[in-house]
Write a protein that binds this ligand. Sequence first.
Ligand code: FAD
Length: 474
Amino acid sequence: MPSKPQSLMWFRADLRVADNPALHLAMQNGPVLAVFCATEKQWQQHDISPAKKALLVAQVRDLADSLAQLNVPLLVLDCPLFADIPDALAALVKQHDIQQLYYNHEYEVNEMGLSRQVTKRMKSLGVAVRSEHDQVLTVPGSIRTGSGEFYKVFTAFKKALYKAAPDILRPYYAAPDAQQKVDMNSDLQALDNLDVDNSWLERWPAGEQLAQQQLQRFVHEAIRDYKQTRDFPAQDNTSRLSAYQAVGALSTMQCLRAALAENNGELDSGNEGIVTWINELIWRDFYRHLLVAYPDLCKHKAFKSDTDRLPWKHDEDKFQRWCEGNTGYPIVDAAMRQMNQTGWMHNRLRMIVAMFLTKHLFIDWRWGERYFMQKLVDGDLASNNGGWQWSASTGCDAVPYFRIFNPVTQSERFDPKGDFIRNYVPEIAKFDAKKIHMPSADLAKRFGYPAPMVDHASAVAQTKAWFKELNASQ
Ligand code: FAD
C-alpha cells in the first residue's frame, strides 16, 4: 500500500541525491515528498547566465530521475520570485498534511533571508524545520581565530582547518536507500514554461552520475599533474567541475573525499598535485565563510570600503571592448571570447582579465563581476565576488595593489606557444609564438585585429598612483 509523505525536502542549489545531508536525514524520518521552486524572475535579477540556467533546469530533470529510483516524487513549483516561495510551500504542506520541512543552507544574503521567511512560515503552521550544511567542507563560523573572529587571511584559515581536521569537516552522507512508494506522482510541468536555451547542454550536459564520472576521471588521470599544469589554459588540465558544484550536482565534500582517497587520506601532505587541488577546494570554502561573516559582500560592497573612494571609471565603450574581447591584448581577448563562447574561463585567465579591467582600464570591479555572472556556467556569488575583489585589491586577503599582472608576460609564460590564443583569436592565428602575444599595431591592423586600447606601463603607473594616494590619505 503506498503511504502518505510526512516530510518535505526543499531542493535548492543541492540538486543531487548522494551526499545530500538534508535529503538523507529527511528519508530517515518517514516518507518524503520533494519540491523545487523554479524562480525564473529571481534568476534574472541574480544575473544567472543562459548556460547556468540550462544546466540548472536539466539538472532538476536528472534529479527527478534519481529521486524516482528512491520512490521520492518531485514537484516543481512555478514561483517567479523568492517572495512567492513561502506561500507556495505553505500551501503544499497544508495540502499534504506534511509534518517536517528539510533543506540545505544557502549563504547569499537573499537566500538566507528566504530561509528565515520559510522557517517562520512553517513554524506558524506547526511544521518542524531542519536545515543542514551541504555546500561547504566546514560549517561557516566553525573556524575562528583565537579571539573568536572570522579569518581574513586564507593561509591562516587553511592552517586552522588542517589543524582541526578531520573533526571540523562536515559529515559525508551516502545516497539514501529507496523508501516505500508514496501515493503521489512527480510533476515537472513548470519546467516546460521556462525560457531555456538548451543548446548549452551540448557543452555542459547535466547529470549527477556524469559529474561523478568527471570527478573520478580527473582524480585518476590528471590530479597528480595539477600543480604543474593547472596554470596553462591550452592544456585544459583543471577539473572543470565548478559548473556541477554551482548547481549542486556535485558537492565540494565529494570532491575532497575523492582527492583524499587518492592521497592516502592526507589533506596537507603526500602528492603535490592533490594537495594543490585540495587547496583550491578550501578557497571555495573560505569565500563562503566570508559571505556569512560579511553579508554586505552580497550587496557588492568593497571589503575594504575605503577603496570605494578610488576614482573607478564607468566608461561604457571601454567596458564593451573588454566584454567582447577586443582590447588588443591577445590573451585578454582570447579569454573573454572563451567565456562568451563556452560559458567558462580558465582560472589563470580570470585573474588576468579581472586585473586588466580593474588595473589597466580602472573600470569598477563590480561591472566585471556582474558580466562574469551573466556569462559563466559556474557563476557563484561567493567565489566570483572573492575572485574579483582579490584581483581589484579591494577584498579580504586580496593581491597587493602594486602587484599588477602584465598581460603580455603572463601570456608568454602561460601560453608560451600561443595555442590558446590561436583557438579564440583567429585574426592573428597565423602569427608565430613570438609575435602572437603582442603583435605590432601595424601588423595587427593588417589582419583586422585592434591595436592595444591602453599602454601597459602608463596605465599601471596611474593605477599605482591612485592606490598610493588613497593609502596616504588614511
Ligand atoms: P579546478 O582548478 O579543478 O579547481 C577545483 C575546484 O576548486 C573548482 O571547481 C572550484 O570549486 C574550486 N576553486 C578553484 N579555484 C578557486 C578559486 N580561485 N576560488 C574559489 N574556488 C576555487 N569559481 C566559481 O566556481 N564561480 C565563479 O563565479 C568564479 N568566478 C571567479 C572570478 C574571478 C575573477 C576569479 C579570479 C576566479 C573565479 N572563480 C570562480 C574561481 C575559479 O576560477 C574557478 O572555480 C575555476 O576556474 C573553476 O574551474 P575548475 O572546476 O576546472 O577548477
